[in-house]
Design a protein around this ligand. Structure first.
Ligand code: ADP
Length: 591
């Protein structure tokens, strides 16, 4: 398991630099806010650190010299500095969190757009479910960091550095004594950071396994009871639970070792400053107030080390998550772009003219001499066995690849001559499994068109007849979709994808029908949604169910890279060929 975690969570130095520079680019206009954020950060650090300095001044110049004016001023300034520190740190949290949230939102939209472009071809090599889960949990991790971690980390880093400078300026000998305990403490913190990272990853892994067992147990409870398997299930659950407990205990033992040593080091440093500082005061090397300030400042040295070592692994794994997201964003579609490309004209007929295609010259053709016309506004179902070439055909129409021979046209214009932006606006691909992100239902639909108003989102849901389904959720459209959208079923996730497409309102729709089994009620909802969505649009559906296929204007049967039959349901049934064979055997199975 150790090596798995290593590969998953580590990020190289070069990787970190790439991630940082890509993030910076993504900041866009928010870049202007960075100097302000930095200024507020500096000011709040100064305000925080001015407290002990003011106390020192008050003791040495007020109490010792019996100067009540100084005492009064320093006391008031002390209160002001504390208030300032609180106010500034609030402003700083707000600024950083809002910039971070905006950055995440932009990143999400960018990723969604990119995946919609890549979708079909990208999933050639990536298992969809895993990718979606991974990405959603990656975003959850980033959200945590943006909301709290980053502010705590930067504040503490700066606090530590500025505290070092202040101490060095106040008294060099006492400064040297204070930092004498730091090297072993930093080494210990590095050890803690490494060990606790593995321990917590193990705990996370264990929680996942326990939940899986629990979920399997609950969803399969009827089968389990029928086969009198309760005992075995309870046994397996108990085992998982014990493993989780022991992983948790390991994590706790590591903390038990670290924190007392950290505290002890703090106590030793305080004692050293008190003892040596006392002698120094006696010999007039330093003022009495300075020793008091040093003791107070020690907190600003020890706290940040502890906070940063706890956050370090979170930052590291977020960095790894970000670098994966950027990997996806950097995946390019391998079709050339022509300089003098044009927009799509007024017509949206889709035509394949003698199209052949193979993924590599060495591979057999995935499509051979396909001649096919889908007139504007009509729908066609692609039907055929797995590996026949249906997805390949859809990918070529969406221009994820160019044909090896022949050409595809929209409204008579060769796809190669159409501007990318014009094509992406006219054509939308609805993948089998939609991506959901943490956020409410509305935001998830809006992902396709970030500037859409609430009423646009609602009307998109209404258009495909699913508004009531989502309004019935606990908080209606405001329901937060946590846990990778797992409270939504596969069918509901597809409904969200369909609503996104409705929001974009494309002229051409390519739809990869979900293969997962849906409950009958939901299945009819999805079917109705697909039907309303395809109304009036040129629609190409990769149909996995004949019940879907039979409802389209035309059906194209693809087998072994060739178009073997084409016609309406009735025509093909009359023809008594491949489709009619398929259909009859399906009907017999259903009945
Ligand atoms: P279907 O959608 O009908 O199941 P596909 O269009 O996915 O079929 O596949 C058609 C053929 O092309 C299959 O033999 C498949 O193995 C091959 N193929 C699909 N994608 C790729 C790819 N990215 N690289 C190489 N071969 C591929």
């Amino acid at each position: 398991m150790g090596t798995d975690i290593d590969q998953d969570e580590k990020i190289s130095l070069k990787g970190s630099r790439d991630v940082a520079s890509q993030l910076f680019k993504l900041l866009g206009p928010s870049k202007k806010k960075l100097p302000v954020i930095f200024l507020v950060l500096i000011l709040s650090t100064i305000a925080t650190l001015s407290g002990p300095a003011l106390i020192a001044y008050g003791i040495d110049h007020g109490i010792q010299r019996k100067n009540y004016r100084v005492l009064e001023t320093t006391s008031i300034m002390f209160i002001v500095s504390i208030i300032l520190a609180i106010v500034l740190s609030r402003i700083q949290i707000k600024l950083m969190a809002s910039t971070g949230e905006k950055l995440l939102r932009d990143l999400r939209i960018k990723l969604f757009r990119h995946l919609s472009k890549l979708s079909l071809s990208f999933y050639d090599s990536q298992p969809t479910g895993k990718l979606v889960a991974r990405m959603t949990s990656d975003f959850d991790a980033m959200e945590d960091l943006v909301q709290q971690g980053l502010v705590i980390f930067t504040t503490n880093a700066l606090l530590f550095l500025v505290a070092l400078i202040v101490l060095a300026v106040m008294s060099l000998p006492l400064f040297l004594i204070s930092i004498s305990t730091l090297p072993p403490l930093i080494l210990l913190s590095i050890w803690f950071q490494k060990r606790s990272k593995f321990a917590y990853l193990a705990v996370r892994d264990r929680i996942g396994k326990t939940l899986t067992t629990l979920q399997e147990g609950i969803s399969g409870v009827k089968v389990i009871q029928a086969f009198v398997r309760e005992e075995a299930l309870v046994k397996s659950f108990r085992k998982q639970n014990e493993a989780q407990l022991s992983a948790n205990l390991k994590a706790i033992v590591i903390s038990i070792k670290y924190f007392p040593v950290l505290e002890a080091t703090g106590v030793i440093s305080t004692a050293l400053i008190l003892g040596v500082g006392g002698v120094f005061v006696h010999h007039h090397v330093v003022a009495f107030g300075v020793v008091v300030a040093f003791i107070l400042y020690l907190n600003s040295l020890y706290d940040p080390i502890q906070q940063m070592s706890q956050l370090f692994s979170q930052i590291q794994s977020t960095g790894a998550a970000l670098s994966k997201v950027f990997d996806i964003l950097n995946t390019k579609i391998d079709v050339p772009i022509r300089a003098n490309a044009v927009s799509i004209g007024k017509s949206y007929d889709v035509e394949l003219n003698n199209v052949s295609f193979s993924y590599k010259p060495s591979l057999p053709a995935a499509l051979e001499k396909i001649q096919l016309l889908v007139p504007e506004g009509e729908s066609i179902a692609l039907v055929g066995p797995t590996g026949a070439g249906k997805s390949t055909l859809a990918k070529l129409i969406a221009r994820f690849h160019d044909p090896s021979e022949g050409f595809i046209s929209i409204g008579g214009i060769d796809l190669k001559d159409i501007q990318e932006s014009s094509l992406r606006q006219a054509l939308v691909v609805v993948p089998q499994e939609g991506f959901l992100f943490a956020g409410n239902v509305k935001d998830n639909v809006r992902l396709a068109k970030p500037d859409a108003s609430d009423s646009e989102v609602i009307s998109a849901l209404e258009k495909i007849g699913v508004l009531d389904r989502f309004l019935a959720l606990e908080n209606g459209l405001e329901t937060e979709l946590f846990e990778r959208g797992s409270q939504l079923s596969a069918g509901e996730r597809q409904l969200i994808s369909l609503a996104r497409a409705a929001l974009l309102d494309p002229k051409i729709l390519i739809l990869d029908e979900a293969t997962s089994n849906l409950d009958p009620h939901l299945e009819s909802k999805v079917e109705i949604a697909v039907e309303s969505l395809s109304m009036g649009r040129t629609t190409i559906i990769i149909a996995h169910r004949l019940s879907t296929a039979m409802r389209q204007d035309k059906i194209a049967v693809i087998d072994n890279a060739r178009l073997v039959e084409l016609g309406s349901h009735d025509e093909l049934i009359k023809k008594n060929g491949r489709y009619s064979l398929l259909f009859n055997s399906w009907q017999r199975n259903v009945a």
